[in-house]
Design a protein around this ligand. Structure first.
Ligand code: DAT
Length: 173
C-alpha cells in the first residue's frame, strides 16, 4: 500500500499544471513527475510532430518508465492527458481550468503555432480534459479547479495540501 497518495494534475497546456506541481512538491515533499520532461529525457516517443511542435508520445514506454516510481506513491503527475494511467495508480485527479482569454494570452506568450493554439483553446472551451478525467476515473476523485490568477492558484494549492494531509491521516497504520 502507498504511504503517500498519487495525484494527477491535468488540463489543457497553459492552465498551470507545472506551476501548481512544483509548488506542491516543494510544500509537501511529494515528487513532481513531469511527463513532458520524462518523455524527452527517456525518449518515450516515436518522433517529433513538426506541425504541433511536440513529441508523439509512446504511452506504453512512458508507463513502463514511471511504473516503479508511481507504485511507491507520493507522485504528482503533471500531464495534459490522464486516461492512460491505470486507475489503481491514482488517488486524486485535479483538472485545472482557465478562461479562454487568459489561456490565449498564456499560449501566445509561448509562441505556440496558430493551429496548436486554436486546438488547445477549443479543447479548453469544450472541456475535453475534464470529460476525459470523468470518464477514466471515479467521479469522486476528480476535482475541477480554476487557475486564472495567483490567488486562485494559492487557494488550489492550500486545498490540495489539506487533502494530502487528510489522505495520510486516513491511511496511517
Ligand atoms: P502548464 O504546465 O499547464 O502548461 P504552466 O504551469 O507552465 O502551465 O503555466 C503557464 C504559464 O501561466 C506560466 O507562465 C505560469 C502562468 N500561470 C500558471 N498558472 C497561473 C495562475 N493560476 N495565475 C497566473 N499565472 C499562472
Amino acid at each position: 500500500m502507498r504511504s503517500a497518495p498519487n495525484i494527477i494534475i491535468t488540463g489543457t497546456p497553459g492552465v498551470g499544471k507545472t506551476t501548481h506541481s512544483e509548488i506542491l512538491a516543494e510544500r509537501t515533499g511529494l515528487r513532481h513527475v513531469s511527463v513532458n520532461q520524462i518523455v524527452k529525457d527517456k525518449e518515450c516517443h516515436e518522433g517529433w510532430d513538426d506541425e504541433y511542435q511536440s513529441w508523439i508520445v509512446d504511452e506504453d514506454k512512458l508507463l513502463d518508465v514511471i511504473e516503479d516510481d508511481v507504485k511507491e506513491g507520493g507522485c504528482i503527475i503533471d500531464w495534459h492527458a490522464c486516461d492512460l494511467f491505470p486507475r489503481s495508480w491514482v488517488d486524486l485527479v485535479v483538472v485545472l481550468r482557465v478562461d479562454s482569454t487568459t489561456l490565449y494570452d498564456r499560449l501566445e506568450a509561448r509562441n505556440y503555432p496558430e493551429v496548436k493554439l486554436q486546438e488547445n483553446l477549443d479543447s479548453e472551451i469544450m472541456e475535453v480534459l475534464l470529460q476525459e478525467a470523468r470518464e477514466a476515473f471515479d467521479e469522486e476523485i476528480v476535482v475541477e479547479l480554476t487557475s486564472n490568477s495567483s490567488e486562485e492558484m494559492e487557494s488550489n494549492i492550500d486545498r490540495i495540501e489539506a487533502w494530502i494531509k487528510q489522505w495520510k491521516a486516513d491511511h496511517a497504520d
